[in-house]
Design a protein around this ligand. Structure first.
Ligand SMILES: Nc1ncnc2c1ncn2[C@@H]1O[C@H](COP(=O)(O)OP(=O)(O)OP(=O)(O)O)[C@@H](O)[C@H]1O
Ligand SMILES: O=C(O)C1=C[C@@H](O)[C@@H](O)[C@H](O)C1
Length: 305
């Protein structure tokens, strides 16, 4: 179709959530005036349908785009329709979303909280690069502060509470800084004093189902994770059992975060239901969306008050 050919790749390289309207199975309608203006017939208007998974930034390369045209005076609502392929790449989406969120952030730090293995380091580094922030891992800072030994060794040579005291000191020092993404230790949320430090910035909970966490941890082993290492059994089962206990103790604490990135919900929105299929970049993109919503809400609150 001639008009479908007029749809430029540029026009769909970026899909803002607020432009997404009604949805069909696996497709979402994308309202964009530039598409309609590319319609050669002034009496027609266009609907652009983009594969839903692309909206989460998951499709790395090609996505299906359906373009349908409705003529204002026609009896049938849709008289022409065409499918084509377009490139929607995660990197451009991440870049665009981070540019959008930077003015709202105004240099505030981001603190990633979540269970061990939830991706705080992996997603944190992606966010830091996209926002042109510095990345810090609080576990690494504690290791450095205690003379360069590993977290596991600190637990062995000293105690968990010695580790936690140093973790609180590190978080307090970071709270005076700006333009940082901090991956916190999985247990940082249990001390209220740490929330006072982290709430100087924006707190983001990476909420990953325990089953997916146990799979990730089993894949890399539990040597570096002292709280998981002592139990016996196969790596997946011992990780899953211990994570379940820890989550019972801490689940509530994570809900204090300003923003919750729920991988189960993301996977459900994508239609496949598998949180393990979500890329770290897609998770970072979702985090940026939610951070912007959170900061928008704060601004609205200020205006209303
Ligand atoms: N979205 C993802 N999909 C698949 N694997 C992932 C994803 N995010 C992280 N991983 C993998 O999971 C493991 C744990 O990730 P990462 O170190 O980022 O988590 P963490 O929350 O910082 O962990 P910890 O609190 O124990 O330091 C790594 O092997 C990483 O490559
Ligand atoms: O979940 C936890 O309590 C921990 C997570 C790691 O990041 C480390 O901070 C340490 O192993 C404790």
């Amino acid at each position: 179709m001639e008009t479908a050919g007029a749809l430029s790749m540029q026009s769909i390289a970026w899909i803002a959530k607020e432009n997404v309207g009604a949805s069909q199975r696996n497709f979402a309608r994308f309202r964009q005036s530039s598409v309609a203006t590319k319609c050669s017939d002034q009496n027609a208007f266009a609907n652009l349908w983009i594969k839903r998974s692309s909206l989460l930034g998951r499709s790395k390369d090609v996505t299906t785009v359906k373009l349908s045209f409705c003529y204002k005076n026609a009896a049938a609502s849709t008289v022409e329709s065409e499918s084509c392929y377009a490139f929607v790449d995660e990197a451009s989406i991440l870049k665009k979303k981070s540019q959008d969120v930077i003015p709202y952030l105004n240099g505030q730090c981001l603190y990633l909280v979540g269970m061990m293995g939830s991706g705080k380091t992996t997603v944190g580094k992606i966010l830091a690069e996209a926002l042109d922030y510095s990345f810090f891992d609080s576990d690494k800072l504690v290791e450095h502060a205690v003379g360069g030994t590993s977290v596991a060794q600190i637990f062995r040579d000293h105690s968990e509470s010695f580790f936690r005291d140093n973790e609180s000191k590190v978080l307090k020092e970071l709270s005076f800084m700006r333009r940082l993404v901090v991956a916190t230790g999985g247990g940082a949320v249990i001390r209220p004093v740490n929330w006072i430090s982290m709430k100087q910035g924006i707190t983001i909970w990476l909420d990953v189902p325990l089953d997916a966490l146990a799979k990730r941890i089993a894949a890399v082993g539990t040597d570096s994770r002292p709280l998981l290492h002592d139990d016996s059994g196969d790596p997946y089962t011992k990780a899953f059992m211990r994570l379940t206990d820890l989550f019972e103790e801490r689940g509530e604490a994570y809900t204090q975060a300003d923003v919750r990135v729920c991988l189960q919900s993301m996977a459900a929105t994508e239609g496949h239901g598998d949180p393990s299929a979500l890329t770290p970049t897609a998770i970072a993109i979702e985090a940026l969306d939610l951070i912007k919503d959170f900061l928008d809400g704060k601004e609205c609150g200020k205006r209303i008050a």
